[in-house]
Write a protein that binds this ligand. Structure first.
Ligand code: SAM
Length: 228
């Protein structure tokens, strides 16, 4: 799967894309991530990408022409990408959306900066995504969140794809059961006996019950989501 990112700060993507499972998937050629520096599409000698807001107000707004030129250039190189604008005003990102996006052959992700982006850019994209109800200074970290969440769902990226089925949010409405590893006792807290019993049917039932209890205590909103 391919990710093409339009950003003012391509360098922000380098370390996270080298590390861990995403780094390995890129090395193996299962994922491809290309950054496209928005500055190279800026206007005039200063490669300007922003301007003052019409109507007044604080801060700067990203002009539409450089973003449009960047979108056109990426599309010419790689037609058919699903175009996403990162914005706190977009559809809130969740596991179900990550799964739907992972079925696409490629995404183009546009990271904003400053006070935001000229409203006319919205008509140039297929979807607007927010990673949550808070405001960051730029769309680079939100873009990286989408790449990581979507990328790990692409077949071949995770060593053990079965782990995806039991993870939190796999069914959209349940948190994962508690996990333990060695030692059997740590600072007075013992691993539940049932996990040491070797009785796989009982372990499965215990885990299902724990997942249900944990979800109802920590995230009752998720349970309601399942009912509706
Ligand atoms: N003035 C805008 C508003 O109030 O909606 C916020 C602009 S924010 C400071 C600058 C850029 O960061 C946005 O254009 C977007 O790309 C990115 N950004 C900030 N928070 C985000 C979030 N929660 N989800 C996705 N992108 C976000």
């Amino acid at each position: 799967m391919e990710f093409h990112v339009i950003t003012l700060f391509p360098e922000m993507f380098e370390p996270p894309l080298r590390a861990g499972m995403i780094g390995r998937a890129i090395e193996a050629g299962i994922l491809k991530v290309r950054t496209h520096a928005l500055r190279q599409f800026g206007l005039g000698n200063y490669r300007q990408v922003d301007d003052t807001p019409y109507g007044g107000g604080s801060g700067m707004v990203m002009r539409p022409e450089p973003i449009a030129a960047a979108i056109d250039a990426v599309e010419a190189e790689r037609p058919g990408l699903w175009k996403i604008l990162m914005t706190p005003q977009g559809e809130v990102f969740d596991q179900a959306l990550a799964r739907r996006l992972s079925e696409r052959p490629g995404l183009m992700l546009i990271a904003g900066r400053y006070e935001g982006i000229d409203e006319r850019v919205r008509s140039m994209v297929d979807q607007e995504i927010s990673i949550g109800d808070y405001v960051l200074s730029g769309g680079e970290l939100p873009t990286m969140v989408v790449i990581e969440a979507v990328g790990r769902l692409v077949p071949g990226v995770l060593g053990n794809p079965e782990s995806l089925a039991e993870e939190s949010f796999a069914d959209g409405a349940t948190l994962e059961y508690p996990q333990y590893t060695r030692p059997e006792e740590f600072r007075g807290a013992r691993v539940p006996d049932i996990l040491l019993s070797g009785d796989h049917a009982k372990i499965r039932a215990w885990r299902e019950e724990q997942a249900r209890l944990r979800t109802s205590r920590r995230r009752p909103d998720l349970q309601n989501r399942r009912k509706s």
